[in-house]
Design a protein around this ligand. Structure first.
Ligand code: MCN
Length: 789
């Protein structure tokens, strides 16, 4: 057996000293001689025809190197930004998306021209001097209005604004008839801006002499970016190097290819200079993909005793002006809409709708926060209709036998939902708080308790379903382990760490399997010139359950080879050689032993078994047999001030189960960040456009990203139900907090407001929204006078 102390060790992140002392290297830290700086001219209109572009004044502006428009880029970029099939195989209309507008702009922020100058300020100044004559066209910027066949069309080529209309399981009216109680609600998911700490950025150096390009970009999946570039810029993958160095967060928004990812390398080719573009904060809010942007029409029925019967879900998703590269992934919300519960029947349909707004795409949780929110809100609405305790309704209907196949054929690999629920209730002191709540209401104190018993599909994913969803590439994961003659090790992985702590956790896995000290192992990621041919990147809480398993597998291959060599050196049979605490020995003679380091040195020497080659290294690709299915119960305790509508989040309990754990401290950190992001959706963040498609929340003073001041100390608990899907028994945790928390907070807010007869509140539960609802419910007008009704 190998050393088993590293897996599960609560050790500090090894990457942090470098990052917190300013030693990190982000795209903007890379400086190449002769670099030209890019600034981008974007459409101020949501929909307009471009009548003319006059570059005369801008071209004369100091420091300007070149200005490129569609006609220039059309010479060096072929094809558009692709939309993956994702979870919606059949689509009606996927408009071709070239990275820069030609004759028409279809959302505010769409790129119209790229200016290169000697410095970034000169480039920005010149953008303001470009004279673009637009002819404004009717725009549709509201999801519901876009569904109306009479509304303006986002793309004239389309018959309507429907990008897709796909039914996973059709409605069965007979199923709902079995219910004694039926509830109906429309659940909104406001648009959100991903807001990573580091905005996007691209630096490209096109070397014409050897027909190659190196692109530094802030990306979560550099190999996939290399693949997309190869399809579009006329170079094979072998001549494209993509480097994603330190990346300051991404939350999914740095997975899909963005227009600038094509335009900057192309600008480098056209100008024959390295070109750098770093996104501004307002540009990020306006021009990077948004998350969510949906509403769900839900109908659910249960029997008098609380048995869940039927659920009918229709998802309407605001795709924006183009179908996002992974935008249709959010259809997964339909497939998980039944949550942790046994339903007799679940019907689901997804409708993707084009609007004149920036495209939506995956954002932390992507589809799974929506599924949890609609399911957990529905459970609370049913509990209220049945006059049942929401805890009892959950307990009665949990799936209990695993593997559990849900209504869409997805197989939940393992779980114990009741155990997580019980632990969370105990941590909260549920019964006591319910009594306090009852008492408080008599004195105008409105406490609310909200539960969210979440499940998640992650660890994306098995090759079968994922290759169909990506249009060919199976989302498996790769790793390479190289042991040098001195026994130190380099591990290369195809995932990318941008806050998740892989340098620490993946090294823990390698140290454990190889029996080599943790400090002698270095993790490398983010450079397509290193390691295996392809890496699949970081999203969908997949890195540990798929990528960590590739490290595990490659390390084991190394141990297998080392064992063969040790057997040869000991002149014993391989089966008789034990490996324990980093040492090989013949069973029964532990004193006569050789360390992995000694075997590594020997592997580069002359004395090898017949047909064994020198060296000690291995590549592995891991293709999991299933997704992994973490779960848990979160509980929020809030108090709503009926005078002001303000919600105070008093306590937040998160009990999560992500199977076996590599590093508990990192898992806790991921839960903290995730929970904060879900609470942000519930209470603060919202992208708002006006009727004409102007973004009203384009700065961080309008778009409310909360800080740690807005949160109580999160109280974390854990249950451990190992995954049978992989040898490490692990499940993902990177999105869990976000998936669970908006539902928990909103259930708490609605619970607090139930004495007013308020059944449902939309997100964000801002003071003004709640204040108005309370006044409407009380029959008083908003200024305190009599009813408006
Ligand atoms: N881990 C562990 N034991 C487990 C599960 C996970 O020790 N049972 C560790 C892993 O080894 C890894 C970390 O926890 O170090 C997260 O692992 P995992 O759940 O596999 O998630 P990924 O590494 O694939 O990260 C992706 C996930 C996603 S999809 C988003 S979005 C997200 C997130 O991670 N974006 C983040 N967390 C983020 N954190 C930061 N700081 N910044 C982002 O942009």
């Amino acid at each position: 057996m190998a050393v088993t102390t590293m897996i599960g060790a609560k050790i500090h992140r090894r990457e942090d000293p470098r990052l917190v002392s300013g030693e990190g290297r982000f795209v903007d830290d890379f400086v190449l001689p002769g670099t030209a700086f890019a600034a981008i001219a974007r459409s101020p209109y949501a929909h307009a025809r471009i009548k003319s572009i006059d570059l005369t004044a801008a071209t004369k502006s100091p420091g300007v190197v070149a200005i490129y428009t569609h006609k220039d880029f059309a010479k060096v970029i072929s094809g558009g930004i692709p939309a993956a099939p994702a979870f919606v195989a059949e689509k009606k209309h996927v408009p071709v998306r070239f990275p820069i507008a030609d004759k028409e702009v279809v959302y505010q922020g769409e790129i119209v021209a790229v200016v290169l100058a000697e410095d970034k300020y000169q480039a920005a100044d010149a953008v303001n001097l470009i004279d673009i004559d637009y002819d404004q066209l009717p725009a549709v910027t509201d999801l519901e209005k876009a569904l109306d066949p009479k509304s303006p069309r986002v793309h004239p080529a389309g018959e309507d604004n429907l990008a897709w209309d796909f039914t996973y399981v059709p409605d069965d009216p007979a199923a709902m008839k079995e219910a004694d109680v039926v509830v109906k609600e429309r659940f909104h998911q406001q648009r959100l801006a991903p807001t990573s700490m580091e905005t996007r950025g691209v630096l490209a150096d096109w070397a014409s002499a050897d027909r190659s390009v190196t692109v530094w970009m802030s990306s979560q999946n550099p190999h996939l970016m290399r693949f997309y570039l190869a399809l579009a810029i006329g170079l094979p993958e072998s001549r494209i190097r993509v480097v994603s160095p330190d990346v300051g967060g991404g939350f999914g928004s740095k997975c899909p290819p963005h227009p600038e990812d094509y335009l900057i390398p192309a600008a480098s080719k056209l100008s024959r200079r390295p070109v750098k573009w770093i996104e501004g904060r307002s540009e990020a809010i306006q021009g990077t993909t948004h998350g969510r942007g949906e509403f769900f029409d839900v109908e659910a029925g249960a029997k008098k005793d609380g048995t869940l019967v039927a659920l009918k879900v229709t998802q309407y998703l605001d795709a924006g002006a183009y179908v996002g590269n992974l935008g249709a992934f959010q259809g997964v919300a339909c497939l998980l809409s039944g949550g942790a519960y046994k339903w007799k029947h679940v019907a689901a349909r997804t409708v993707g709708v084009l609007t004149n707004r920036v495209p939506t795409d995956i954002y932390r949780g992507a589809g799974r926060p929506e599924a949890t929110y609609l399911c957990e809100r529905t459970i609370d609405l049913l509990a209220a209709a049945l006059k049942m305790d929401p805890v009892a309704l959950r307990r009665k209907n949990f799936a209990t036998t695993f593997p559990y196949t849900n209504n869409f054929g997805l197989v939940y690999d393992s779980g114990d939902y009741e155990q997580a629920l019980d632990k969370a209730l105990e941590m909260l002191g549920y019964e006591k708080l319910r009594r306090e709540q009852e008492e408080g209401r008599k004195h105008g104190k409105y406490l609310g308790i909200g539960l969210s018993s979440w499940i998640e599909l992650c660890g994306i994913g098995p090759s079968g379903p994922t290759s169909g969803a990506t249009g060919g590439i199976a989302l498996v994961e790769s790793a390479q382990v190289r042991v040098f003659p001195t026994g130190s090790v380099n591990v290369y992985v195809g995932t990318h760490s941008h806050g998740q702590g892989h340098d620490t956790t993946f090294t823990q896995i390698a140290a454990d399997i190889l029996g080599i000290p943790y400090d002698m192992i270095e993790l490398h990621h983010g450079d397509t010139a290193e390691g295996p041919a392809f890496g699949y990147g970081t999203y969908g809480s997949r890195s540990l359950a798929v990528g960590g398993m590739a490290v595990h597998k490659a390390s084991k291959k190394v141990v297998d080879k080392a064992r063969k060599l040790a057997a040869h050196i000991f002149e014993a049979s391989e089966e008789d050689v034990a490996f324990d605490q980093g040492h090989f020995y013949v069973k029964g003679s532990p004193d006569k032993r050789k360390s992995m380091g000694e075997i590594a040195l020997a592997s580069y020497g002359p004395n090898l078994p017949v047909e064994m080659e020198q060296g000690l290294e291995a590549v592995a690709y891991f293709d999991p047999p299933n997704f992994v299915w973490p779960f848990g119960t979160h509980i929020a305790l809030v108090e709503v001030d009926a005078e002001t509508g303000h919600v105070s989040l008093l306590r937040y309990i998160a009990v999560d189960d992500c199977g076996n754990i590599i590093n508990p401290m990192i898992v806790d950190g991921q839960v903290h960040g995730g929970v904060a992001q879900g609470i942000a959706q519930a209470l603060y963040e919202e992208i708002i456009y006006d009727e004409s498609g102007q973004l009203k929340t384009g700065t961080l003073t309008d778009y409310l990203v909360p800080t740690a001041n807005e949160f109580p100390n999160f109280e974390l608990g854990r249950t451990i139900t190992p995954s049978p899907t992989n040898e490490l028994g692990v499940k993902g945790i990177g999105e869990a907090g976000t998936i669970a928390s908006s539902a928990a907070v909103m259930n708490a807010v609605c619970d607090a407001l139930s004495p007013f007869g308020i059944k449902h509140v939309d997100m964000p539960a801002s003071p003004d929204r709640i204040w108005k609802m309370i006044h409407e419910a009380q029959g008083t007008s908003h200024n305190g006078k009599e009813a408006r009704k």
